[in-house]
Design a binder for this molecule. Structure first.
Ligand code: HEC
Ligand code: HEC
Length: 285
């Protein structure tokens, strides 16, 4: 810093380095000062109006009493007020009646998406499109029946199809014949040897003489070309199902297939909604 000011008339502060680098004493620009005062005014206004300054155990509330959580709750209350007449009707009606009521079923179709997304889509896919090992809900092929009542029962109580493993009771040849037979059925072929085996080995007891399945047991229709279990190719999948069964105790390779019960997870009204929602995927009958 220099003792002697070589630039006396330019209004510098007298701080000069390296002979000519100096600090000037220019005033802050007006626009900057205005913004500065405006921001002070803003803070004062904000503190008066809104909750802001933290105190030891609470905070200043502001004259309006506004809170973010209050605004959120008011918005929820508003939505609930709109929903209430619908929800009241849903609680009072059966799933059949909800389905028959055009306005209510449209409401369920629009509002059921969230419940389905939270509870069902992880297994059944978005829009009930199905996943490997989890049945499609959007088609008209049903294990347990597609009436609104049957769908409601499925969701309420859950379902667990049972088919015994046949690894110990059938020879590899017999299993192969049966697998070809059932795959052939869906292609319109009838192999007499397979048919005799199917009826002789009591497959018919669960799947029916015509192999079309029984809704009470959830025994899949084997003639429609829609395969509940189909990972690699249909023949290999059918072979595995026949060999290891479905939910067969004591067989490590058995197919696990359990629809959980929603009795304790969803309210009765939500279960009715889900029955209507699934029905309205288009496959209900
Ligand atoms: C943990 C996986 C899982 C979840 C979550 C789940 N499901 Fe299922 N669901 C299954 C399985 C597996 C089956 C087939 C059961 C069988 O094969 O015996 C099934 C079967 C069904 C069926 C019967 C299909 C038919 O063809 O008859 C309906 C209807 C159904 N689920 C609806 C729902 C709805 C609605 C929800 C949500 C509230 C839901 N599921 C949640 C696994 C699940
Ligand atoms: C105790 C009843 C029962 C018996 C006996 C039975 N099944 Fe099944 N079967 C089922 C059920 C239930 C399912 C569907 C399971 C599910 O999806 O949860 C099934 C599924 C199948 C499937 C898979 C269908 C698909 O869509 O992927 C095939 C193939 C099959 N059975 C063939 C047979 C053959 C062949 C026999 C005779 C050796 C037989 N089943 C005996 C109950 C039975």
């Amino acid at each position: 810093m220099s003792e002697h000011n070589p630039f006396p008339d330019e209004g510098n502060t007298g701080h000069i380095w390296d002979d000519n680098i100096r600090e000037l004493a220019n005033p802050v620009p007006n626009w900057w000062m205005m913004a500065f005062y405006a921001s002070i005014a803003f803070v004062i206004g904000y503190v008066v109006i809104y909750p802001s300054i933290p105190l030891a155990t609470s905070h200043t509330k502001g004259v309006t009493g506004w809170t973010a959580i209050g605004e959120y709750k008011a918005a929820i209350a508003e939505v609930e007020a709109i929903r209430k007449p619908f929800e009241d009707k849903i609680a009072a009606k059966t799933a059949q009646e909800i389905l028959a009521d055009e306005e209510l079923s449209a409401y369920v179709e629009a509002s059921g998406k969230v419940i389905f997304g939270d509870n069902c889509a992880a297994c059944h896919g978005n829009g009930g499109a199905g996943n490997v090992g989890f049945p499609v809900l959007a088609d008209d092929d049903w294990l347990y029946g597609g009436t609104i009542g049957q769908i409601q029962t499925t969701i309420t109580n859950g379902r667990k199809g049972m088919m015994p493993a046949h690894a110990a009771t059938l020879s590899a040849d017999e299993i192969s014949t049966l697998a070809s037979y059932v795959v052939g059925l869906s292609e319109g072929k009838v192999d007499e040897k397979g048919k005799a085996l199917f009826q002789g080995k009591a497959c018919f007891a669960c799947h029916g003489m015509d192999a079309k399945g029984m809704a009470a047991l959830g025994s899949a229709n084997l003639t429609d070309g829609i395969w509940r279990f189909n990972e690699a190719d249909i023949l290999a999948s059918a072979t595995r199902t026949i060999t290891h069964g479905v939910n067969a105790a004591g067989d490590d390779e058995t197919r696990n297939a359990e629809m959980p019960s929603f009795k304790d997870k969803l309210s009765e009204a939500d279960i009715k909604k889900m029955a209507v929602y699934v029905y309205k995927f288009g496959g209900g009958k």
